[in-house]
Design a protein around this ligand. Structure first.
Ligand SMILES: C[S@@+](CC[C@H](N)C(=O)[O-])C[C@H]1O[C@@H](n2cnc3c(N)ncnc32)[C@H](O)[C@@H]1O
Length: 321
């Protein structure tokens, strides 16, 4: 993940060339469209009018799906863009990339299971809170296929969650039909299996929506994390408090990331993270413990800042150290 500065300032052509590479492995449709945009000034001129983070390719691509627009390059796409621009612009300016991937629980649950049970979870950057519900998915028979190499640190079936709470800049409501539509639109074409399981996870979550509080973790992270961990200790005094985060820290600048990690340490909670290779400085410094990444887009799983394995970004495979 490039930082916000890059997304806000990079010219549209190179930005979409970069995103074509990001999507190439799993989404040929987005790769093709992004390469075409990177070579088509008429589209770039439109997209260049968007401010700041609204230029993020993921937002425009999700808006296409959300609005039911064409996904193939060519004259029909250009015509749609011209005709629908006010609606597209409204979506892209008001919604943010909050992809919530419940498949990540397939690789975080065995790690949570290795801690003294039950656990009390605080998820940072929780979006709609779908990563807070591993026990509820398995109780409902929803599984997320994940190819496992090595020995998992714990047995997910033995994990028990005594309390759960999320925090996000913009908490999403799993029960709101329009929010669900946006979350589905964020899944890339050719990843229909993810979308199917996302729908199922949303159904389960909506039966008893996880609580996600609103907070900006770049503001007073010590206070926010400390207070919420204390709250979990009071709600579930016999549980192990755990701060959990996945695909979140990359959205923060480096000093804010550092401050959040220090806040987690200071809270005294256990710490489970699943982030990109270079995102958590202290985890990156110890990567030699787990060998080279199977591919450069792999995420690092870490417990209390110690890397314990590599995982595909959406939990499709895991390689435990
Ligand atoms: C890509 S989503 C990941 C959601 C979830 N953790 C998962 O793994 O599916 C990143 C989330 O981080 C949140 N976020 C970004 N910056 C934040 C900040 N400064 N404070 C709190 N949340 C933030 C976004 O709103 C978004 O919901």
């Amino acid at each position: 993940m490039k930082d916000a500065h890059y997304l806000e300032t990079e010219p549209i052509g190179p930005l979409y060339e970069w995103f074509a590479d990001e999507t190439a492995v799993t989404s040929p449709t987005w790769e093709r469209l992004c390469r075409w945009i990177a070579a088509t000034p008429a589209v770039q001129d439109r997209l260049a009018t968007l401010p700041g983070m609204a230029r993020q390719p993921n937002r425009f691509l999700a808006a296409i799906r959300y609005l039911g627009g064409p996904t193939a390059p060519g004259p029909a796409f250009l015509a749609w863009l011209e005709q629908e621009w006010p609606r597209i612009e409204q979506v892209v300016r008001t919604r943010i990339t909050q992809t919530n991937e419940p498949g990540r629980t397939a690789v975080t649950a065995p790690l949570l299971a290795a801690l003294p049970q039950p656990v009390a979870l605080l998820e940072l950057g929780a979006s709609a809170g779908l990563c807070l519900l591993p026990d509820r998915y398995s109780a409902a028979g929803l599984t997320f296929p994940s190819a496992v190499t090595g020995t998992p640190p714990g047995d997910a079936a033995e994990m028990r969650v005594a309390a759960r709470l999320g925090v996000d800049l913009n908490p999403l409501d799993v029960a709101d039909p329009d929010t669900r539509r946006w979350l589905r639109a964020l899944v890339w074409p050719e990843e229909e299996d993810r979308e199917t399981r996302l729908r199922a996870a949303l159904e389960i979550a909506a039966l008893d929506p996880p609580e996600v509080r609103r907070a900006d973790l770049t503001q007073e992270p010590h206070q926010v994390v400390g207070t919420l961990v204390d709250e979990l200790r009071q709600t579930a005094p016999d549980a192990t408090p755990v701060v959990l985060h996945s695909a979140f820290l990359a959205y923060l600048g480096e000093s804010d990331r550092q401050a959040v990690c220090e806040a987690i340490r200071a809270s005294g909670a256990r710490w489970v993270s699943m982030e990109g290779i270079r995102v958590v400085t202290e985890v990156e410094a110890r990567l030699d413990r787990i060998g080279d990444p199977p591919d450069p887009t792999a995420f690092v799983l870490a417990l209390d800042g110690e890397p314990v394995g590599w995982a595909q970004a959406h939990g499709r495979w895991v390689r435990w150290a």
